[in-house]
Design a protein. Sequence first.
Length: 505
Amino acid sequence: MSSVNTTQVDFKLLIEPWIKINKSYLIKGLTINSQDVKKDFLFIAINGEKHTSNDFIKDAIKNGATCILKETNSDLEDRSIEYSDNCLVVKIKNLKNILSDIGGRFYNYPSKNHRIIGVTGTNGKTSITHIIAQWLDLLGQKSTIMGTNGSGELNNLKPSINTTGNPISIQKNIHDFVTIGSKITAMEVSSHGLVQHRVKNINFDVGIFTNLSRDHLDYHKTMESYEKSKFLFFSTHNVKNMVLNYDDLVGQKWSKKLNDCFLISIKNYDLSSLTKNYIYVKNIRYVGQKTLLICASHLTEFEIEINLLGSFNITNVLLSLASLLLLGFKLDDLINTAEKLVSVEGRMEIFHNYDNPTVVVDYAHTPDALHKALSSLSLKKGKIWCVFGCGGDRDRGKRVEMGRIADNLSDKLILTNDNPRTEDPKLILDDIMSGIKDKTNLHVIPDRGKAIQYAIDKADQNDIIMVAGKGHENYQIIGDKKIVFSDRDEVKKALGLKNDTNSIK
């Protein structure tokens, strides 16, 4: 739609594919949040879990909305027009399904002029997007990210509410990224975002699949439904090149369904006969904090050095490497800069101070993520401590699994509150404890700050403490209140570290 631009758009042209109106209405912005409405804005009123599309229309009009797009559940009202306080209201059924297209039309489909890497999977999305952005920065390429930790340039992120934002904000973000000169965006793509059509009208140059394990079953109900939601990314969206983790069973299955995938393995699978583009690890050697890899690929055999903790970070690095190769970056340049990659905030982030134990803060909040995080500590001498809890008003079934995993992989276990939300914290802790057989080394300290302090006070110098579940988060949700709380800050305080450092030798 050539007549659409980013400063002002004729509402008549914007919604032309869905409904014809006679009068022109000039709009200068659009939003689904009535509090963000300004003069001459289009307000998009959609139904939510706890509100209807009617609830905020008056606020939007008061704030200056020129017209309203309103979601309706009625076939009779679909594509009809009414007026509210002299403001045009257009009703559309299943409005959520076309928001990405509406946002794309308003911002002139900005992904056409921008390279985008989408990352989906249960775990690893945030780490991979940050690794890609770090690597691009090291190569002198201006880039941006969208995801759990925020959106924007790596060192200037704006907070995000969801892993994958709403369709309007996604299109606006890409438009803004192009405006500031970003060439590439690495973006997290959640299962919710896929099912809810939030990225439907985005052109992805590369799509990455990390892994699939239990999560979000409060929403998807079954693992089969969860897997199908993730597969939507590759089967129904605009993804030009696909990178799959072949070490994951779902990745293996999908590699047979999808054509010409770039396959990655750290388990010495010879992938040369399965696809034309591949990287697999032939040998892994750990030297101090460094990980040295010998890899085979469709290009050549090569060695690469990284300084990130955990075997899953090897996978994250290679998936990132594959995506950048597909965008035309040179293997030698990527190899030469790999050792400068650093851990992502709240993702296997290491804290240490003199003769205190080492502390690792990680976002692991699923059984698979907790298993991988704790397994990565097995190479360390001393005892492994684990401080964690589970979120309330979420999938209860994973709690017993996480209790079992923590029991098996740690020597000392401290259960504490995560984000209990509106659930009784004691019932959440009881659910976790039902998976713990050996309770002799178990302590239950509901106050998360005190639990972290206790572990650091009691652990020996050679011990390592995993504080899992919240990672980068700077809040805790108790009841319906969000209070200021950060695992990272609590660890630094307990270790006597300054805010701008993670370690004192």
